[in-house]
Design a binder for this molecule. Sequence first.
Ligand SMILES: [Cu+2]
Length: 416
Amino acid sequence: MITKTFRKSLLALATLTALMALGAAGSASAAVYVQCGPNNNGVANDGSIKAAVRTGPSVAGNYECMHLTAGDGFISMADGRTLYSFGFADVSAKRSDDVILDTLAANFAAPTIELQQGKDLYLTLTNVSMAMRPDLFDPHTVHFHGFPQQPPVFDGMPEGSFGVNMGSSVTYYYKLNDPGTYMYHCHQEATEHMQMGMLGNLYVKPAQDGTSKTYGGRTYTKFVYNDGNGSTGYDKAYPLQLGSMDHVFHEKHLGVQPLPFKDMKDSYAMINGRGYPDTVNPDPLPPPAEKDAFLKAQGKEAESSQPVNSLITAKKGERVLLRLSNLNVTNYYTITAQGLPMKVVGVGARQLKGPTGTELYYDTASVTLGGGESTEVLIDTSQVAVGTYFLYTTNLNFLSNFEQDNGGMMTEIVIN
Ligand SMILES: [Cu+2]
């Protein structure tokens, strides 16, 4: 493990190494070859081929490919404050030789990874370095949290695994055997990198999907688990990541190391990387001015750092699945959808049932999640009045965007 103090003394060496690397490549542009399925030599550096391979009927094999970058960026809080952040960006459809220069692209929440049971996943991670902190040379990793089929070598925990160094790419391989709601995050210097925003929704859909099962008088084709009887059937699903950030930690991160871990006290609570009312804005949030200016100076267009909203809509009678997770490093959060019936059917990516198969689903008014926990909640809207409901934390001090009241960890459920 390299300490931050040691890092500073290595700054000159790092700069020299970076210059040598650029010299060896001959230019600042370098192709990233992505392993995808049986193609061990990597996919050619052409975005169209890469995109086709990812989704493609043109390539045989029951697998998915995905390409993420890891680096830094800027995000907007709902009261207008900009925070410096770390994060991931999905570059699966981009030209590979552009990817290594895709700086300041971090998203919060990280791009959602939606997978199908029975497939193989080839996930390439490219570390594009920190545009705002060139003195740091932190590796990054992808840790599939709670994932039972994870080979230890791909765990991402630096003590027992490896990190992806700046300018490098590594392809992770996962076999998708167990459906459920998981989450992913960087495991390198986890408290820091997770507070900084390297957190994403991840779930595996069951093999039962696509079959037809009737339960409670309704026929479903999508299910949370391989329940055998349709009891986890749903019409619409919403992955909702609960979390919060300490703006002081993020602001200090632009200028100092080491950081004030013992003082960490989160001030902005969010769902899927936004505070209310940004949670219900259906559009991608515009990129913060700091990001826009930095990229414009390089002749590049800035994309949104926060493309995901949390507005939940359903037609009366539909069954809505909430895939709730918490990856926060400081707080437990309790969530309620007052006025709506919440049925918990799974916890920690496991269907709730006893040893003999008896279903242990339960009705509740709230769920509480600590960091690293997930749950699946079904809301049956057949007996509720049409209208707008709120999904919000009962940690009432977090219904705020720092000093601005009536915000934070809240979104709307519109039944029409
Ligand atoms: Cu990281």
